[in-house]
Ligand binder design. Structure first.
Ligand code: ZN
Length: 402
């Protein structure tokens, strides 16, 4: 059960007063009419606290879900839900040993860290072959995200993963472009994509895929990133490719996963060598006061993610949520993100913001700051940023007590 916080939601008070008015009037009416007398009064009194308690958590959840927010750290491939995987595999005539979505989830329960997850991730995404498949994966994600208040998204994708198994870039990009268009038309959700290089593949391969993707740079692909398991000195490895990406007008971000070897050096490396505007995760920033100061001074965004696997890892949520809160309390531009929601417990941004709040006792103001941060560090122009922040302002104004 959620603890009552210092900053009590204004909608909560409105509901309380509304239920108070509703629950008192029958008591007065019963007394006046003398129909049921004391027993009715006792019954009504016994029922009084229940609606208020029941609606506290629901009201807070509804507030978080409806709050306009941006998703900046989510992997297209990892958004694929087990049922969609099965549908795509069947459509493409691909053999799968799994009969049901639950069977796929059982397989995903074998993942307990990034390397073990990547094996299953690559196995499942192997089902996606056509532009329609990539479209369906992306649009399913956009619909789900939209239902949780996401109005803007920058979505990572791994072109090398698909090129390696013979899927042409034209097929991949056709699917991504169609989903972008449908998200705009159907949902009013604006989406762009982040071309991600795999850290455990060569820099030459990354350079090749960057050049081959040039026709789609612009409205579709707006940035580059780095994901997959960390390798030694990865910032130096990709320095040249990132410089080229910058020259092509692309934004730059990189994962710095949580509690990895040489993580502080790698955080410095992505800032100084790769010139990133954001760090994905970045939860180790508080471990180095100089890093905190540099991230603050340069306005670098931190796309935090609890990244919960189907298999429960004791203490993981508390640790990561605590780190997100710590970054927020340090005044850094941290946001909450869903990473690989389809393949990791089906938790999307709204779900995760709610979990982070529960875990850390964040106030509603804190949650709003997380949402504002997501737009502050999005790769949009200042007019767009002002418009999105204005949507948050209007959302809050609509919920002010009258
Ligand atoms: Zn990630």
């Amino acid at each position: 059960m959620r603890a009552v916080r210092g900053n009590v939601p204004c909608g909560f008070w409105r509901l309380r007063s509304r239920f108070g008015a509703l629950s008192l009037s029958p008591v007065i009416r019963f007394r006046t009419l003398g129909i049921l007398g004391r027993r009715a009064t006792a019954l009504a009194a016994a029922l009084l606290p229940l609606p208020a308690l029941a609606t506290d958590a629901e009201t807070e959840k509804a507030f978080i879900m409806g709050l306009p927010k941006a998703e900046l750290h989510v992997h297209l491939e990892g958004t694929m839900e087990p049922e969609l995987y099965l549908a795509i595999a069947q459509r493409n005539g691909i053999f799968t040993p799994y009969a049901t979505g639950e069977d796929v989830r059982d397989r995903l329960r074998a993942a307990h860290d990034l390397p073990s997850f990547i094996v299953i991730y690559e196995e499942l995404i192997g089902a996606a072959q056509t532009a329609q498949d990539f479209h369906d994966i992306a649009l399913a994600y956009f619909r789900k995200a939209h239902s949780q208040g996401v109005v803007y998204a920058e979505v990572y994708f791994d072109p090398q993963l698909h090129l390696e198994r013979g899927v042409p870039l034209e097929t991949l990009y056709a699917g991504l472009a169609a989903a972008q268009r449908d998200a705009r038309e159907e949902l009013g959700l604006e989406a762009h994509y982040i071309l991600s290089f795999l850290r455990d593949r060569s820099a030459a391969d990354a350079a090749h895929v960057l050049e081959a993707s040039r026709p789609w740079i612009g409205d579709l692909v707006i940035g580059v990133g780095l994901d997959n398991p960390e390798v030694k000195d990865f910032p130096a490895k990709f320095e040249e490719v990132f410089e080229r990406a910058g020259a092509l007008g692309l934004h730059r971000t990189s994962h710095c996963d949580v509690d990895q070897a040489d993580t502080i050096a790698n955080h410095w490396g992505v800032i100084e060598k790769l010139k990133v505007e954001r760090i994905d995760h970045g939860l180790n920033v508080p471990d180095d006061p100089a890093l905190v100061a540099a991230v603050r001074a340069r306005g670098i965004g931190l796309t935090g993610a609890p990244t919960l696997f189907y298999t429960e890892i004791p203490g993981r949520m508390a640790y990561r949520a605590g780190r997100i809160r710590q970054l927020l309390d340090l005044g850094l531009l941290v946001s909450v993100n869903s990473d690989d929601p389809g393949m990791k417990r089906s938790l999307y941004v709204g779900d995760l913001m709610e979990r982070v709040q529960e875990e850390t006792g964040m106030s509603r103001d804190d949650i709003v700051r997380l949402a504002r941060n997501s737009f502050a560090i999005a790769w949009i122009d200042e007019a767009e940023r002002a418009a999105y922040l204005g949507r948050i302002d209007r959302y809050l104004a609509d919920r002010e007590p009258t």
